[in-house]
Ligand binder design. Structure first.
Ligand code: SF4
Ligand code: SF4
Length: 195
């Protein structure tokens, strides 16, 4: 920055452009599917009081508080996995279910297009080269299956024993819940109200 301000030309940044280009397939995969998968791994442990602060402070409004009696956070596809809710929850109640991630992987990657198109071929003539249709079918199935599986998890996780089990076996115990020492979730909510 100092060199640029002095009017000198700096080309060191080009190496990061190269790294960015090499990593672009990973970025694309995250954009198209990874973010949807990761957003549905969050759940609230039994420490959750239903205060709703996580939902109020999420900058992309990705959390909905669901339930009439004691509402609980529900993570939508809008989540960008920034981990802010996890780092700031006053009760450390936001968890990530890695066991669910494994189950979800097997559910979401079923090759439905193969079975569907194979079945349909008995009734209508389908060209052999249907790669694009297969990709679209599988993509739609993956998104819908992630959505439905998470919906089921959301209701099942209300069962105290299952909630305890998922909380006990998550690797999130090893996560550092980073946040500014002097900032609480309430401060962020107040800030966003004033914006
Ligand atoms: S901030 Fe924590 S305790 Fe409050 S609703 Fe969200 S997860 Fe539950
Ligand atoms: S991880 Fe970030 S984007 Fe996702 S719900 Fe939490 S605060 Fe919002």
């Amino acid at each position: 920055m100092k060199s640029i301000l002095e009017g000198k030309k700096v080309f060191r940044g080009l190496q990061f452009l190269l790294v960015g280009l090499i990593l672009s397939p990973i970025s694309l995969a995250y954009l198209v599917i990874g973010r949807f998968f990761l957003s549905k791994l969050f759940f609230a442990s039994s420490n959750c009081t239903g205060c709703g602060l996580c939902a109020k402070s999420c900058t992309v409004k990705a959390i909905r508080m669901v339930g009439s009696n004691k509402s609980r956070p529900y993570w939508t596809f809008a989540c960008e996995s920034c981990m802010r809710c996890m780092g700031y929850c006053p009760n450390k109640a936001v968890e990530v279910s890695h066991s669910f991630a494994i189950i979800l992987y097997f559910i979401a990657t079923l090759p439905v297009s193969f079975y569907l198109l194979d079945g349909l071929r008995n009734f209508i003539p389908i060209e052999h080269d249907v790669f694009l249709i297969k990709v679209l079918l599988d993509y739609c199935y993956t998104l819908v299956s992630i959505f439905v599986a998470y919906l089921i998890l959301y209701w099942l996780i209300k069962i105290p024993l299952l909630n305890k089990l998922c909380t006990y076996i998550t690797f999130a115990h090893f996560y550092r819940r980073y946040h500014e020492p002097d900032t609480a979730l309430t401060d962020i909510v107040v800030e966003s109200k004033n914006d």
